[in-house]
Design a protein around this ligand. Structure first.
Ligand SMILES: Cc1ncc(COP(=O)(O)O)c(C=O)c1O
Length: 399
């Protein structure tokens, strides 16, 4: 019997999707389920995006397109980058892909040989570990527990980079914690990075327009522009523009990295569809009022989540300042029982919560922090409040 490639054994289905599937199944059985599991923005893009897509269909060329992305799309992203204070790039630095997930995968292919090390802070977005595993890279996880607000310190980064990992991957604002590094914190980390020239820097900044409380978006390149020679900025339309299903990710990279991704695109996807490209350009260059309004709404939802969690004795939730996630430490529940069910760990907790109260959250172990769970809080306020009071009730019933 022929065998699958060894690589496929390392490709695990997403842990987040597993929770979402279970919640969907219970819903189909008629259960009243509130899902805080998948990280979806829960809004649609503006009418101008749909109009651009419709117009594109009307004059569809039906042809293959550019492996890098059309010039108009590259220019639209250059404009977007400038809006974030990232200047000095040209089209040769930009490449489009099928979502940030796809460009991250391609970056792993382009930068990591088997056995190379990729360092990243924990908690991390689950896909980082999975992609590293698939390409045979070694993950060097840098623990950032709730006691340090889930944030990497300059000392930790210095010690990690002294080990000369091939790649350092940094996600700000963070999924799953919602943490946002302040200007001073980013500046301090950038100084450390500048002292270690042998490591590629990947900045997964896809939540950069979803920052609250006036903290602002800061990037190593704002402080150390010369790091551009070995830094890749990763962005996506999924969360900012309410377009996760459209699948548009973009990078700003050194030319040699960009060229490597163009070559991979030419063998994987060939090009983004014309209609998707038109919609992406409209989103990037059109009115920004919907993303801005949604960011303000997410900040108020964050407040609702924090207020509810603050009322639960023993639960600690470092204050998220961006994205749309909260990542409370719920370990106070471990060793207790709910309705006779013993809760040993985060997975037991999430299963019992889903079974007993119909609330779906993702266990923190999916992100490398088994003391926590992730709440994705983009649903309507009424549903959010109902889900939160069910979580409160669940805790109150623990024995
Ligand atoms: C930190 C982070 N990076 C990348 C992605 C992938 O986004 P996309 O929809 O563009 O593939 C996600 C999606 O959840 C994410 O949370």
């Amino acid at each position: 019997m022929p065998q699958l490639a060894r690589r496929t054994g390392r490709a695990k289905p997403s842990a987040i999707m597993a929770v979402a599937e279970k919640a969907k199944k219970l819903k189909a059985e008629g259960r009243d389920i509130i899902s805080f599991s998948i990280g979806v923005p829960n809004f649609l893009p503006g009418e101008h995006v749909y109009e651009a897509a419709r117009k594109s269909l009307d004059k569809d060329s039906g042809q293959y397109g550019s492996n890098r992305g059309t010039d108009a799309l590259l220019d639209a992203f250059l404009h977007h980058l400038e809006g974030s204070g990232l200047t000095g790039y040209t089209r040769r630095n930009i490449v489009a892909g099928v979502g940030a997930k796809h460009v991250l995968y391609n970056l792993a292919e382009a930068l990591l040989d088997e056995g190379d090390t990729i360092a990243y802070p924990t908690p991390y977005w689950t896909t980082y570990q999975d992609i590293a595993d698939i390409v045979g890279a070694v993950s060097l996880k840098l623990p950032c527990p709730p006691e340090q607000n889930y944030k990497l310190t300059p000392q930790q980064l210095d010690a990690a980079l002294a080990r000369k990992p091939k790649v350092f991957l940094f996600n700000n604002p963070s999924n799953p914690t919602g943490m946002v590094y302040s200007k001073d914190e980013v500046a301090a980390l950038a100084e450390v990075v500048a002292r270690h020239p042998d490591t590629w820097i990947l900045l997964d900044d896809i939540y950069n327009r979803l920052v609250f409380d006036g903290v602002g978006y800061h990037n190593f390149l704002h402080f150390r522009p010369e790091l551009r020679d070995r830094t890749v900025v990763i962005d996506s339309l999924s969360k900012t523009y309410g377009m996760p299903g459209w699948r548009v990710g973009l990078i700003a990279a050194p030319e040699n990295v960009a060229q490597a991704l163009v070559a991979l695109n030419s063998n994987h996807i060939t090009n983004l569809p014309e209609v998707v490209t038109a919609a992406a350009i409209a989103a990037l260059t059109g009115p920004q009022d919907i993303p801005q309004r949604k960011c303000a709404e997410f900040a108020t939802k964050r407040d609702r989540v924090l207020a509810a969690l603050a009322g639960i004795p023993g639960v600690v939730c470092p204050r998220p300042e961006g994205a749309f996630y909260a990542f409370p430490d719920i370990s106070v529940a471990f060793g207790k029982t709910h309705d006779g069910v013993v809760i040993h760990n985060d997975v037991d907790f999430c299963n019992a919560l889903l079974e007993a109260k119909g609330v779906a959250c993702v266990p923190g172990s999916a992100f490398g922090e088994p003391r926590a769970l992730r709440i994705s809080y983009t649903c309507a306020d009424a549903q959010l409040d109902e889900g939160l009071s069910r979580i409160q009730a669940f805790f109150a019933e623990l024995a």
